[in-house]
Ligand binder design. Sequence first.
Ligand SMILES: [Zn+2]
Length: 389
Amino acid sequence: MSPPQASPLPMDPARLVRAVFVSRPNRFIVAAQGPDGAVVEAHMPNPGRLRELLLPGARLLLAPPPPETPGRRPTVVAVMRGKRPVLLHTQWNNRVARWLLDRRLVPGWGDQEVVRAEVPVGGSRFDFLLRGPQGEMLVEVKSCTLFGGNCAMFPDAVTERGRRHLEELAELARTGRRCAVLFLVHDAEVSWFSPDYHTDPAFSETLCAVREQVQVIPLALSWNARMELDTSRIQELPVPWGHVAREQGDRGAYWLILRLDRPKAVDTGALGTLAFPAGHWVYVGSAMRGLRARMARHLRRGKTRHWHADYLRDAADGAEVLALRSADRRECEIARALDGVLTPGPKGFGCGDCACETHLFFSREHPLDRPEVHRILERFRMTVPDGAE
Ligand SMILES: [Zn+2]
């Protein structure tokens, strides 16, 4: 019998180097401060946004470059979330999948053996071909590192490639092939797995549409601080399909995050000219139909000014928008939650139709660099209600 704790990594975890996250200049690079105090650049082998994990001061685990290429950058392997590491290395995620498959540790797949990895089919490549008593099965593996509330979600950034993979698997399934998608969820403290319909509604809708043809297995993995897996705690997570179908529509609330590089006096229309300090302004709005179009409209400059936020948008040096989709109107509840964490902005801003003091909030640093702001996002985006199915 295998020991319950074992490391599936392709390197002795004791050789990983500790570092502190400083910044992420682009998707593929992070700056990190090593044990000697020097800031080094490290390769980031994960294209996700990872905003809730890569907070200032986050602790990283880096793989040093191989001895034969000492000039190369180290590679980020994991980030600590509290006491537990979250595996970020997407190629190693597939090594972990292979390790689990070879040891027959995926529930329900105890009679499947790996025939091949990296299987070309048509113009695509799938991760594994398995063979069991019922024949062969194609498996695509995804790495899930976004969790909060009581739920794990995938993806944390729009993945058109991931969506296309699902459609290709469904197409193959219609020609009689068995197909599955295996999500490795790198946290065991969640009760549910859901497609992230806030960030990538197209992926979410596709996953819901193909689930009769393609087996969907979200597997929660329990890592310890030494980057070993507790093999007795590998667990398949349920997906609240009914809840997802209800919530994933083109409606709900949004945060418009506007950046002012300098303090500015801004004409806000009905509220007159107001002084705005430099920093980040978060406007909470909602659209109970046409949310996507509303969010796109907010990002455009120079449009006909209709809302207070349109005036501030034109004055802002940068703008981004996040969806908090839901079937029910939760805009004011979300504004009240932000009120406890950020500084309330001008009275009456963006709340002509409700009893709130304001729907605009201020933060000197980027709000998504603040863990307490992520707790609010988790509460409104990632909490599956009791009794969901
Ligand atoms: Zn309100």
